[in-house]
Design a protein around this ligand. Structure first.
Ligand code: FE
Length: 202
């Protein structure tokens, strides 16, 4: 009788196991979190043809201040650069290789004394790397094509990015935006009809 009860228990357990397989199966593991979006600058910077020059060549091409900032990771003094308070519409190119880096559309007055942008013109034109100099932890920004040091990016910028690209004027060369083209002739106000020629009615 004791064995019969044990067998009933075993059979009952087997039946229960057979009819409820899913309930006892461990649930499928959740999909792994999607990795953070790769830094776009790194994704495409590798495809960009680099501009490589010797130190002597850079010295020849640049002014001493441009060379110090871009090739020696220098920093111009705040409120002294050409563009910290510059408001013309246009594009800011790399002073070393001419790559388009920032646009006036994304420039704003951060009050820091350096040109500030809340995003680069094209993310792939900018490279970043950690900078531990001067007992600080910062993110250095450089030109993806020639490696010129531009400045740093901070996370205290305005929305929608919340970023502040704090850039040395000496690393940039401004190119004004050409004036907008006039509207097509069809959109111009129609000129009044010419008065009838009195000679034609005689
Ligand atoms: Fe460059």
């Amino acid at each position: 009788m004791k064995h019969a009860g044990l067998w009933q228990l075993v059979i009952f357990g087997a039946v229960l196991r057979a009819v409820t397989p899913l309930a006892e199966e461990p649930s499928a593991p959740p999909p792994p979190p999607s990795p953070p979006a790769a830094a776009p600058e790194k994704a495409t910077a590798t495809a960009m043809k680099k501009v490589v020059k010797s130190d002597a060549e850079w010295r020849q091409l640049l002014t001493p201040e441009q060379y110090h900032v871009t090739r020696r990771k220098g920093t111009e003094r705040a409120f002294t650069g050409a563009y910290w308070n510059h408001k013309e519409p246009g594009v800011y190119r790399c002073v070393c290789c001419g790559l388009e880096l920032f646009a006036s559309d994304h420039k704003y007055d951060s009050g820091c004394g350096w040109p500030s942008y809340w995003r680069p013109l094209k993310p792939e034109h900018i490279g970043t790397e950690p900078d531990y100099s001067f007992f600080m932890v910062r993110t250095e920004v450089h030109c993806a094509r020639c490696g010129a040091h531009l400045g740093h990016v901070f996370d205290d910028g305005p929305q929608p990015t919340g970023l502040r690209y704090c850039i040395n004027s000496a690393a940039l060369k401004f190119e004004p935006r050409p004036p907008a083209a006039p509207p097509p002739a069809a959109q111009l106000p129609a000129s009044p009809p010419a008065p009838p020629d009195p000679e034609a009615t005689r």
